[in-house]
Design a protein around this ligand. Structure first.
Ligand code: NAG
Ligand code: CU
Length: 246
């Protein structure tokens, strides 16, 4: 029964039921399509946690935006996901902003850089600032992202030090995560300039490096005994470090 549910759930993903991070908004003000972030041309996931592109994806739509988006510590920052660049692939696209089968967490990290427009994703030190996994009713971060039209917003902690950062937005789709290498990682990086009086940059991890293929939140069944993707009865453990606390 469980096996059957997993197979059915992942069939739509075989073609292109994937997603791309493509817009940034600050306190609800949308900067526009492809502005202030590095957007991959492909909506395919990364499935190898050691992939060199797992920090900020790769194969960007060019020209990459040179915009660095001004934010204040304490602002609400959102990133919008869509099935393809531009949003829906067709009218009534059931896989926009992502296929409903693709349950999992939504996560944000920051890495302090000298120049967010030009910083290379590799070799950066990342700290987590937001995460949304499985709630007590069996609803996932991805479900909330779908309900919000592809947007995931979080409040930038007030203690984050001023300066330029890469903001890594991530979705992990777990519909096929019962086998190693089955989890799907989607990510994109925005270019932001934080102002404020904070002092913290968190304790950091590397990408690749932060995740292992057998982490409890990566190699996992999300299905209950009836085959519903509402969690397996144990709390879902979001991968990566604890998020920054002020
Ligand atoms: C970042 O913000 C500070 C404070 O508002 C400003 O002085 C600086 O010019 C900004 N830098 C960039 C690259 O936007
Ligand atoms: Cu997919």
């Amino acid at each position: 029964m469980r096996f059957f549910a997993v197979v059915v759930a992942c069939l739509p993903a075989l073609s292109s039921a994937h997603t791309i991070a493509q817009r940034v908004r600050v306190n609800g003000n949308d900067n526009g399509e492809l502005v202030g972030l590095r957007v991959p041309n492909s909506n395919n996931p990364i499935t190898n946690v050691n992939d060199g592109s797992i920090a900020c994806n790769s194969g960007y739509r060019t020209p990459v935006s040179s915009k660095v988006i001004d934010v204040k510590a304490g602002d609400k920052i959102g990133v919008q996901w869509g099935h393809v660049i531009g949003g829906a692939q067709s009218a009534n696209d059931a896989d926009h902003p992502i296929a409903k089968s693709h349950k999992g967490p939504t996560i944000f990290y920051l890495a302090k850089v000298d120049n967010a427009a030009t910083a290379q994703p590799s070799g950066q030190k990342w700290f987590k600032v937001s995460e949304d996994g499985l709630d007590g009713s069996g609803t996932w971060g991805v479900d909330r992202m779908i309900s919000a039209g592809g947007w995931v917003d979080f409040t930038l902690p007030t203690c984050v030090a001023p300066g330029q950062y890469l903001l890594r937005a991530e979705i992990i789709a777990l519909h096929s995560a019962t086998k190693a290498g089955g989890a799907q990682f989607y990510m994109g990086c925005a270019q932001i300039n934080v102002s404020g009086s904070g002092t913290k940059t968190g304790s950091t991890v590397s990408f690749p490096g932060a995740y292992q293929a057998n982490d409890a939140g990566i190699l996992v069944s999300i299905y209950d005994a009836q085959g519903n993707p509402k969690g397996n009865g144990s709390p879902y453990k979001i991968p990566g470090p604890a998020k920054l606390t002020c």
